[in-house]
Design a protein around this ligand. Structure first.
Ligand SMILES: Nc1nc2c(c(=O)[nH]1)N[C@H]1C(S)=C(S)[C@@H](COP(=O)(O)OP(=O)(O)OC[C@H]3O[C@@H](n4cnc5c(=O)[nH]c(N)nc54)[C@H](O)[C@@H]3O)O[C@H]1N2
Ligand SMILES: Nc1nc2c(c(=O)[nH]1)N[C@H]1C(S)=C(S)[C@@H](COP(=O)(O)OP(=O)(O)OC[C@H]3O[C@@H](n4cnc5c(=O)[nH]c(N)nc54)[C@H](O)[C@@H]3O)O[C@H]1N2
Ligand SMILES: [Mo]
Length: 798
């Protein structure tokens, strides 16, 4: 369905992803950040061995990089970090925080890089410069006065392996396992589900799988915006004839058509690659039903083959399911293996898995009508996807936030694994699970111990190596930290990056709690709202970015990161630091650690002087994963983390890969009177990196000049009595006696399934109740919230 829109802010974008639109957008931001010469020069070293690893997304860095291994959004992130703009003491001298509180985040970050350590001065309500030593001393004193249970040490996914290892070590030596991180809002559903299903905490796919695959299920990830370099791998696959089956709430441009900005031929001829061969627009939250439909088609086709006497003996009950279903037999025969005997990989299922029968029975029991209603897809569509899947020998499963940020996020991921297991699509070339990670080192932080779960950190080893007794209690996840901030249990928050207040749910209640903190310490590169609101004692500590030269006692230092495909890479910053007063993240962590802990066995200064020593400690802590870390860190293409599931060794309780049957198709929540309720999914524009808003343009979705919009289905607009372009207020429709409203969003008619709507994150975060999260992974359900709309008396703001 295509919809016409009269709205001035929204014109359907007719171009492909990439292409000249992308090139123009990169040029514009390089000029805006006033880095015209240094920008392009630096970009040519991005994601290359001996260069720096992009600070944007976590996508793989190939061993043979493209001539310029960067994308539009990586270029924007680079320009954003090396900007020549400065938020210096002069800026802060003129601005009390009560004034900065009224600024939008875009304007706060647009001030440029922080240059000096700052302390909030109560008398003037301003951030004023402070000496590093003084800052560390007071932070240490305050932390010593608190019970470690009252302190939360948050990490956003950008900090290097070196900084992350030091940070978790400091937290534990101090006595706290409260190590919430951005992953708790992001891929936590994967971190919980994948170990249960296949005994791996991360995806199992590597780059060569894209070269060997026949078919890719591409689920709930917006490649054109969130990880554009992955489009190269998809494009190469498509050119080899690989089928890409997409399941997404929206028709995302990057999943439809792509012009490779790196290809002169494509750029000059405008020749586009069609990415998805099948595009299924599911309801938000409809993926369990959709994937069950695909599994049901496969399982019943397999049953039909058996029943037709063509294949193996019948199922366990000895009775074939539907012996007279000629249509199903024909369908099955059309996609069966060469010997026409089976659709499922029974040898794999028998040898490698547990729980198949229960899962297969659940699939048979689900009624097509119910699967159709919940998923929003037709039976034919689900059968078509099944047929393509069954005809492919090696199939990959790629997915993102549209699956994980749900009340049933863990079960969404189980379902992806179930589908893969039916035909042995894990642990063979061209197959595997690819969880597309967000931040550039979010996966790696977990690998080196950032976790609130004591069972996931090598506590005994840390104790033995560093001579201390680590706390054994379970710390707080991000949602639990929010709770503790709201109810006063948390007294101090230390943020290693991020814009916590804007990224989490329940903004209003959080801001109130945040102001009651005794201590807030933010280690950051740019100013954001989580700094402007603050505790009784507040520090803003500016750090080097990854692109900058990190000069220490033994010379320039390198750091390392882990990509989405579990490969480790060294990264060398070369740009001149934004200010001579900046310290690196390892140096800041060491400063706080020394001031808080006094004498310890850890040689903090020697580590800061030479990061190779930190890597040695990481290697001693995780000898298998980080074997010869320093020697291998600049290996082209990175070095791989051992993943037993890739070798079909299943480190699960059953010793097998587990089919895990979701308890229901769709989550339950308490909403009264559903007729006027829509299901909201929050989205990223093409002009933002999380809460960092580069600009007010979402080129691929045709939105310009504002982010205060709500995407709606045309029929819903009419049914609910609204008009295209009308301004509405949006209210949360969860019955918990708290009123949550975001005012002044403009209706944009959009190709989105009926009953669903979309709006931008973080503008709509005030709508999300903290309790509206997956109970297993505690991941907020940012992709499904019941809301109601009402006519607004506001005029829209930009
Ligand atoms: N440019 C840019 N790049 C980024 C980021 C950024 O903000 N900007 N953020 C980084 C981070 S931290 C992360 S985690 C990743 C996020 O990258 P993604 O995983 O792509 O996450 P989102 O952009 O939030 O949206 C995911 C997609 O899910 C779809 N969707 C929503 N709900 C559903 C559903 O229920 N089912 C299905 N099938 N689809 C659904 C949406 O239409 C959208 O296309 O990107 C990283 N890279
Ligand atoms: N409604 C809704 N909410 C969401 C999401 C959603 O899809 N919908 N997505 C969630 C997800 S997936 C994520 S990951 C979170 C992330 O949300 P954010 O907290 O926004 O993540 P960041 O991009 O890390 O935070 C940006 C800030 O990090 C600081 N920074 C940048 N570079 C560095 C550096 O090198 N070092 C340090 N110390 N600081 C730096 C800058 O000061 C910048 O202001 O938001 C979550 N919130
Ligand atoms: Mo993320």
């Amino acid at each position: 369905m295509t919809l016409k829109t009269s709205s001035a802010i929204s014109k359907p974008y007719s171009g492909p992803a990439g292409g000249w639109g992308s090139a123009k957008s990169v040029a514009a931001i390089i000029l805006r950040e006033r880095v015209p010469l240094k920008g392009p020069r630096l970009l040519s070293t991005q994601n290359r061995p001996e260069g720096y690893m992009c600070v944007s997304c976590a996508w793989a860095k190939p061993s043979q990089p493209h001539p310029l291994e960067f994308c539009e959004n990586g270029a924007k992130a680079t320009a954003w970090e090396i900007t020549s703009r400065r938020a210096d003491p002069e800026f802060f001298a003129g601005k009390p925080l009560s004034e900065l509180e009224l600024w939008p985040d875009h304007d706060l970050e647009e001030q440029g890089r922080l240059t000096q350590p700052l302390r909030w001065d109560a008398a003037s309500d301003k951030y004023v410069p402070v000496a590093w030593s003084e800052a560390f001393e007071e932070i240490g004193r305050e932390l010593r006065a608190l019970d470690p249970h009252q302190v939360d040490l948050y990490t956003s996914g950008r900090a290097s392996l070196e900084a992350s290892y030091m940070y978790q070590l400091f937290a534990r030596m101090y006595g706290s396992n409260n190590l919430p991180d951005s992953s708790n809002m992001c891929h936590e559903s994967s971190s919980v589900a994948l170990p249960e299903s296949i005994g791996a905490s991360v995806g199992t796919a590597i780059l060569s799988d894209f070269e060997n695959t026949d078919c890719i299920f591409y689920i709930a990830q917006n490649v054109g915006t969130s990880s554009p370099r992955l489009l190269h791998d998809l494009q190469d696959a498509v050119n080899r004839g690989v089928k890409i089956i997409t399941f997404n709430l929206l028709r995302e441009r990057g999943l439809e058509r792509f012009v490779n900005p790196q290809s002169p031929v494509q750029m000059l001829t405008g020749k586009e690659t069609q990415i998805s061969s099948e595009y299924y627009q599911v309801n938000n939250g409809g993926d369990i039903a959709a994937l069950f439909g695909v599994c049901k088609a496969l399982i019943e086709a397999d049953d039909a083959l058996k029943a037709s006497g063509n294949g193996r003996v019948a199922g366990e009950d000895g009775k074939p399911k539907d012996p007279n279903n000629a249509a199903m037999v024909a369908f099955a025969a059309s996609m069966a293996s060469a010997d026409k005997k089976h659709v499922l990989d029974h040898d794999f299922i028998k040898q490698h898995t547990a729980g198949f029968e229960e899962f297969a029975q659940a699939a048979r029991d689900h009624k097509w009508s119910e699967l159709e209603r919940v998923s929003g897809l037709s039976r034919d569509q689900m059968m078509q996807a099944a047929a393509t899947y069954a005809k492919s020998d090696a199939v990959m499963m790629v997915y993102g936030m549209g699956l994980t940020q749900h009340l049933m996020g863990v079960q969404n991921v189980h379902m992806v694994c179930n589908l893969a297991l039916l035909r042995g699509n894990i642990g063979k070339p061209g197959a595997n699970i690819c969880a597309v990670r967000g931040h550039s080192n979010v996966q790696g932080q977990r690998t080196v111990g950032i976790t609130e779960k004591p069972g996931l950190a090598p506590l005994d080893k840390l104790s033995e190596l560093h001579g201390f007794e680590p706390p054994r209690w379970t710390g707080r996840t991000t949602v639990e930290t929010c709770e503790a901030i709201m109810n006063g249990q948390s007294r101090a928050f230390i943020g290693l990056g991020g814009n916590f207040l804007k990224a989490v749910p329940d903004t209003a209640a959080m801001e109130e709690g945040w102001r009651e903190l005794r201590l807030s310490v933010q280690i950051a590169t740019k100013l954001n709202r989580s700094h402007v609101l603050h505790g009784e004692i507040a520090y803003l500590l500016p750090c080097l970015g990854r692109i900058e030269l990190d000069q220490q006692a033994t010379g320039p230092q390198a750091v390392s990161i882990e990509s989405s495909i579990a490969h480790f890479h060294g990264s060398r910053g070369k740009a001149r630091p934004a200010s001579t007063a900046l310290l690196s993240e390892p140096a800041i962590i060491a400063g706080i650690a020394k001031a808080t802990l006094g004498e310890t066995k850890v040689p903090w200064d020697a580590w800061v002087g030479n990061y190779a020593e930190i890597r040695n400690a990481i290697e001693r802590t995780y000898p298998e994963t980080f074997k010869d870390f320093n020697e291998r860190m600049f290996k082209p293409g990175g070095f791989a983390r051992p993943l037993p599931a890739r070798e079909r060794k299943w480190v699960t309780k059953s010793g097998k890969a587990n089919f895990i049957t979701p308890a229901k198709l769709f989550p339950e929540f308490s909403t009264s009177g559903r007729a006027d309720v829509l299901h909201l999914a929050t989205l990223r524009s093409n002009d933002q990196f999380n809460t960092t808003i580069y600009g007010y343009s979402d080129r691929f979705r045709g939105v310009e000049g504002t982010r205060r919009i709500i995407f709606m289905n045309g029929e819903d607009i009419l049914r609910l009595g609204f008009a295209d372009g009308e301004i509405v207020d949006v209210t949360t429709a969860i019955d918990d006696n708290v009123a949550r409203t975001v005012t002044g969003l403009k209706i944009v008619p959009y190709n989105i399934p009926k009953g669903c709507c979309g709006a931008y994150y973080p503008e709509t975060n005030p709508l999300f109740p903290l309790a509206h999260h997956d109970p297993k992974s505690k991941t907020p359900s940012y992709k499904l919230l019941p809301v109601r709309l009402s006519r607004s008396h506001l005029t829209p703001v930009g």
